[in-house]
Design a protein around this ligand. Structure first.
Ligand code: SF4
Length: 130
């Protein structure tokens, strides 16, 4: 079966328009890229599209009730919803430091989730500076 995909490379602001052709699930041709990153991106998007996940987790003892978190690497696109669901049920104790590990191997992806910012306790807001 012949497949054609149009993709926009996100590797830099040039946003090259990529065209990928595959036959029976095998990549046949990639055009439109201006550097290797674009070719690699198209290949990855076809074979195993991945995305970074940024969300929040509950932190009832924090100065704010939610702590922004992010994955340290992109996770397979098919797992993004599951990752978000897992993180929806996570509750963490304040204080938290930016970069602190919140969860390892989230949803069996092997990817770590870290705090995107610091969050002091609600009863001692000066304990952590930004
Ligand atoms: S192919 Fe290269 S030059 Fe084009 S958008 Fe991607 S990274 Fe930028």
């Amino acid at each position: 079966m012949l497949e054609k995909k149009n993709l926009t490379c996100i590797g830099c602001p040039m946003s090259c328009q990529l065209k990928l052709t595959a036959v029976d699930g095998e990549i046949h041709d990639i055009t439109g890229y201006n550097c290797k990153r674009g070719e690699d991106y198209a290949r990855q998007e076809y074979l195993n599209p991945c995305r970074m996940v940024s969300t929040t987790v509950a932190c009832p003892t924090g100065l704010w009730p939610r702590l922004p978190v992010k994955t340290t690497e992109a996770v397979p696109k098919a797992k993004v919803l599951e990752v978000a669901r897992v993180l929806h049920n996570v509750e963490i104790e304040a204080p938290v430091k930016m970069g602190q590990i919140i969860l390892q191997d989230v949803a069996g992806t092997g990817v770590t989730v870290i705090a995107s910012r610091s969050l002091p306790c609600s009863d001692n807001p000066g304990a952590i500076s930004k």
